[in-house]
Design a protein around this ligand. Structure first.
Ligand code: C5P
Length: 404
């Protein structure tokens, strides 16, 4: 489960104290846990104890201006791999079934595009009530999974079904969920390029670009989470190495190509790096000195290898699926469609990087995925969500390939 992220929604119920144990166990297994605490939940467990044990901020109010500025509620709901509602009160289950969104927890639940798991906790009569049972049936039909409730003595003195499952049982369900997700790319080898390249002018100067490496690193992390054996060949970035990914650090386009060729054979290659198109023809061995009265140096360039094109044409070592990126400032889909053909790759993920979109170095991305069938427009989402969705699309495509 190492490297997975859980958004834990804690609603009101005496069982809320049990989530501290659940969080501790998840964290021991390398899972990052972020909490949303409902107003009713905060009657049973304090934000301070959740924050201490998650080592993260705890989110509570929907209309907190600072929270919205730091992390919008939509992003909060999508940055996780799994949303867990524990304890899930009769009230929050009813709101989920009805699609209500009157606080941060229910808004996140309505906005999320991630799987949702709930651990109900309530009085036995409330659990057995046909309203609750109808809500459970509605949610289950929509794909929400349930852990428990268990049978036993209740805090209210009654006996029956309604006790929240023990942390160990919820943990086992979460583990099972991630194991199933991870199996999707088990046995698949993936190669991802990321970041800019630095092309030397002399030993101290270089030509580079503003690529942050965010998108490429997020894709490598997402593929690894689905179980792919992932090699990330990255130019210089400030991104941390993703969990469970083999990172090869390079400087120049030529180094990047060499590292990619060394990583072959792979099943899927995703070229997200912003590779410099040209390099200085003859980089100086020594620092070029500025002398009084001398004319500034003139640089001449030669073309760099095109890594995406090379991998797409790698003969019998060609990956089954080669995916490129296209940063376009106009006629995004038309230009990217032409680029797909020119490069010989299978898919192009095209994004609009015209000034003002904030894509380059930014958090969010609105992309179009172009393949032989046409263009698929994805709504604006975080780069992490683009990565997850792309990894999922890759898993589906490779599974289809294998079945044919
Ligand atoms: O031609 P253009 O740079 O727009 O193409 C972008 C796509 O090609 C990206 O996927 C990028 O990673 C890849 N590329 C490459 N090697 C180059 C130039 C671009 O792999 N030298």
């Amino acid at each position: 489960m190492d490297g997975n992220r859980v958004l834990l929604i804690v609603s009101g119920g005496i069982a809320a104290y049990k989530v501290l144990e659940l969080i501790r166990r998840l964290r021991e297994r390398g899972v990052a846990v972020r909490c949303i605490l409902t107003r009713a939940g905060s009657e049973f467990v304090t934000p301070l104890s959740l924050s201490a044990i998650t080592e993260d901020k705890v989110y509570g109010e929907l209309f907190s201006l600072t929270d919205e500025a730091e992390m919008g509620h939509i992003q909060l709901s999508r940055d996780a791999d799994l949303v867990v509602v524990a304890p899930a009160s009769a009230d929050i289950l009813a709101k989920m079934a009805a699609g209500l969104a009157d606080d941060l927890a229910t808004t996140a639940l309505l906005a999320t595009d991630k799987p949702v798991m709930a651990a109900p906790a309530m009085n036995v009569r409330m659990w057995e009530h046909s309203a609750t049972q109808a809500n459970i049936a509605t949610l289950a039909a929509r794909g929400v999974t349930f852990v428990g409730p268990d049978e036993g003595d209740m805090a209210c003195g009654e006996y029956g079904f309604g006790r929240m499952s023990e942390p160990a049982a919820i943990l086992a369900a979460v583990e099972q969920h991630f194991a199933a997700a991870q199996g999707q790319l088990a046995g698949v080898r993936a190669l991802v390029t990321s970041g800019p390249t630095h092309e030397p002018i002399d030993p101290v100067r270089f030509i580079g670009n503003r690529s942050s490496g965010r998108q490429g690193h997020a894709i490598a992390a997402a593929l690894a989470r689905l179980g792919a054996e992932t090699v990330l060949v990255s130019g210089p970035t400030h991104q941390p190495d993703p969990n469970g990914v083999q990172v090869v650090s390079v400087q120049t386009a030529q180094d990047m190509l060499n590292a990619c060729e060394d990583a072959l054979p792979v099943d899927v290659a995703v070229c997200a790096a912003a590779v410099a198109d040209w390099r200085v023809a003859a980089a100086a061995d020594q620092k070029i000195k500025k002398k009084d009265g001398s004319t500034p140096p003139t640089l001449s360039f030669v073309e760099n290898p095109d890594i995406l094109k090379t991998l797409s044409n790698a003969g019998n070592k060609r990956p089954a699926l080669v995916i490129g990126f296209a940063a376009e400032t106009e006629k995004v889909v038309a230009n990217a469609t032409a680029k797909r053909r020119r490069k010989g790759c299978d898919w192009i993920v095209a994004n609009d990087v015209s000034p003002g979109t904030g894509t380059f170095g930014g958090e969010r991305n609105a992309v179009h995925v172009i393949d032989a069938e046409g263009a698929e427009d994805w709504p604006a989402m975080s780069k992490g969500s683009v990565a997850d969705r792309l990894a999922q699309r890759i898993a589906t495509a490779l599974a289809k390939d294998a079945a044919e």
